[in-house]
Design a protein around this ligand. Structure first.
Ligand code: SAM
Ligand code: SF4
Length: 271
């Protein structure tokens, strides 16, 4: 069992399998453009599986695959199977924009051991969707949702980011859409990784995805760094010769409550 310095049990690892994405969501990628890590610095499947195995040996039981967009990683079905085969991992899930979630892909992922899929969809308005994703076609996502359902994922969860501009009608419309299709809606408040001006002393005034006192996770970036906290620049390069030591260092390095992350954007972490 992995317990951090504040008594929190850490049993959840989020793995970013790529920093590449077919979208350019306004809240995820800087307007100034993105700088991608060179291919050779991205972890190969064997390394990811070795890190996941070591993590499972220490007490991790849940893994979520994310990115960038996980479905743009070539061979994602193979990687999913490698992780699905790790005995001690009880929950293997994925967050995706679903554009490449064809019927075949959904079936492959399910057979590989993925038990749940979260699909990001912030609005049902095609024009606003294109604005948010900087050019996306909502029809692609709707098709992906159907594929997820068809292949038997149950429930299929919809992640809807709620911004200051999101209207109550938009949320209601999404609620109805999900209800009609048996989807589970999760609204997530938009947050900033580095909104320092909203901090007063060490009092946290900005929205967090979950209360820090309940944090149960660490993150692995596509280029092989463990991030103990989403709201911190701290990261530990995984020593492939002593993976356990790196994981223990990440867990013991978790702050009770991070303040800001200025060295990476969301597409480089995975949410
Ligand atoms: N590309 C995939 C997707 O969009 O589902 C996976 C990666 S994305 C970074 C993971 C999740 O983080 C998505 O649900 C996305 O909406 C969310 N996200 C990204 N930036 C965010 C922000 N600033 N505030 C809240 N959620 C954010
Ligand atoms: Fe891509 Fe997901 Fe970020 Fe949108 S939120 S740019 S789909 S990684």
């Amino acid at each position: 069992m992995l317990i951090d310095r504040f008594g929190r049990e850490i049993d959840y690892l989020r793995i970013s399998v790529t920093d590449r994405c077919n979208y350019r969501c306004v809240y995820c990628m800087p307007e100034s453009g993105i700088s991608l890590k060179p291919h050779e610095s991205i972890l190969d499947f064997e390394s990811i599986a070795a890190i996941a195995s070591a993590a499972a040996g220490l007490g991790i039981v849940k893994i979520r695959l994310t990115g960038g967009e996980p479905l743009v990683r070539k061979g994602i079905g193979t990687l999913t199977k490698m992780l699905g085969d790790i005995d001690k991992i009880k929950e293997l899930t994925m967050t995706t924009n679903a554009v490449f979630l064809t019927d075949e892909m959904a079936e492959t992922l399910r057979e590989a051991g993925l038990i749940r899929i979260n699909i990001s969809l912030d609005t049902l308005d095609p024009v606003r969707f294109a604005e948010i994703t900087r050019g996306g076609d909502i029809a692609d996502v709707l098709k992906g949702i159907e594929s997820a359902k068809k292949s038997g994922f149950d429930p299929v969860k919809i992640n809807m980011i709620v911004f200051s501009e999101t209207t109550a009608e938009e949320v209601e419309e999404m609620r109805g859409f999900c209800l009609d299709r048996g989807l589970v809606l999760q609204t997530i408040k938009h947050f900033s990784l580095y909104n320092r001006d909203k901090m007063i002393g060490d009092v946290d005034l900005f929205d967090r995805p979950a209360p820090c006192s309940e944090c149960n996770r660490i993150r692995l970036t596509a280029d092989g760094f463990l991030k103990p906290c989403l709201f911190s620049d701290k990261e530990i390069r995984v020593d492939m010769n002593n993976i356990e030591k790196s994981i223990l260092e990440a867990v013991s390095g978790k702050p009770f409550q991070g303040t800001a992350c200025c060295n990476r954007s969301m597409y480089q972490i995975g949410g």
